[in-house]
Design a protein around this ligand. Structure first.
Ligand code: NAP
Ligand code: HSE
Length: 344
């Protein structure tokens, strides 16, 4: 691989994902990636042996001004958007895992998305590739529908409820394991999954998918009880938080809610923090992608892949220019949305 050591990487954030990314870069000297300054809030926090202390700063300007490629891993919307847009405006490539920014600030990013300056594979299903396939190989088919488990924290909690763990203990474990957002309300109330679903809907179904519409069609898992979970298990099924995009009332509808999945459904096998996506296209048929959906290393893996792509001069994912046509025969029994029973 070409050595890229003259390109300086600025990293915003050295928490769960940022620290794992720095460790991964350190373990892959053959990539020739040169780490520049790293933004944090607390210079005194213990970040393990792999994060070089002398690179840490609390000065965002110092990171952005000295970087050729910027990696945004601080989370949240306002400050992250500010850093991303400023870097893009300066002509820099930006890699981010921030689905909240993508869902809620997409409009301001559109020119840079069209220019291929923004990379965000890690933002949906962490290290398990879905952005690449949906904006690449799967564009050869007209989309019919998509159903996906998109939040590792909720999936972990539901899997633990099946084992008899309490909801509060399961959430605390998910936080301890690095799956949850800094504000776990985003996970358990379904908004993190809705952020991700909004991004997928825009990339594969309708570029004008409105975040507030998806948010209004979002129900999380906080009102689920162990009884809901156990009842589903009686016939081998599962309760899972699923985001779906499908035709309804003459438009593409995107919604997130806990559903009953029968045992044969491809998503029913996703346990612990694993995520999964079922995509159906007119020519390709059903495609199922499954793997790690959260956590330090799986997410850092996708961030590193995007950095490699950016350094190699490959563009980021290209947006859709117009909505895909709605299928005319949607009520066909083949469509998987027919078998998803809404639990709440
Ligand atoms: P995290 O553990 O909370 O780390 C955030 C990092 O950013 C910390 O180092 C923090 O500094 C720093 N930071 C936050 N706000 C800052 C500010 N205003 N100024 C300077 N530094 C600031 O979060 P994470 O889990 O790594 O997630 C990072 C991003 O990746 C988020 O957008 C998240 O949604 C996304 N993501 C996470 C996962 C996952 O499994 N964790 C998976 C996919 C995507 P301190 O350390 O000093 O507090
Ligand atoms: N909090 C997120 C989740 C991290 O649990 O899925 C991965 O995006």
């Amino acid at each position: 691989m070409t050595q890229q050591s003259s390109v300086r990487l600025g990293v915003l954030g050295a928490g769960t994902v940022g620290s794992a990314l720095i460790e991964l870069i350190g373990a892959r000297p053959e990539l020739g990636i040169s780490l520049g300054k790293v933004l944090v809030r607390d210079l005194g926090k213990d970040r393990g042996p792999h994060v070089p202390k002398h690179l840490l700063t609390t000065d965002m300007d110092a990171v952005l001004d000295s970087a050729d490629v910027v990696v945004e891993l601080i989370g949240g919307v306002e400050r992250a958007t500010e850093a991303i847009v400023r870097s893009l405006e300066a002509g820099k490539k930006v890699v981010t895992a921030n689905k909240a920014v993508l869902a809620e600030r997409w409009g301001g990013l559109e020119p840079y998305l069209a220019a291929g300056q923004l990379y965000f594979e890690a933002a949906v299903m962490a290290g398990t590739p879905v952005i690449g396939p949906l904006t690449g190989a799967l564009r050869g088919s007209r989309p019919l529908e998509l159903h996906a488990i998109l939040n590792g924290t909720c999936n972990y909690i539901l899997s633990q409820l099946e084992q008899g763990t309490s909801y509060d203990d399961a959430l605390a474990e998910a936080q301890q394991l690095g799956y949850a957002e800094a504000d776990p309300t985003l996970d358990v109330e379904g908004f993190d999954a809705a952020h991700k679903l909004t991004v997928l809907a825009r990339l594969a179904f309708d570029p004008n998918t409105v975040w507030d519409d998806v948010k209004a069609r979002t129900v999380g898992i906080s009102a689920l009880t162990p009884a809901h979970v156990k009842e589903a298990m009686e016939d081998g099924g599962r309760v899972r938080l699923v985001g779906s995009v499908y035709p309804a009332d003459g438009a593409w509808r995107a919604e997130v809610r806990p559903v009953y999945l029968p045992p044969a459904h491809p998503l029913a096998g996703s346990a612990s923090s694993r995520n999964g996506m079922v995509f159906r296209g007119d020519a390709v048929g059903e495609v199922f992608i499954s793997g790690a959906g959260a956590g330090a290393n799986p997410t850092a893996s996708a961030v590193l892949a995007d950095i490699i792509a950016a350094l190699a001069g490959r563009p980021g994912p290209s947006p859709l220019t117009e909505a895909a046509p709605l299928p005319t025969d949607y009520l066909s029994a083949d469509y998987k949305v027919e078998v998803l029973g809404t639990v709440l």
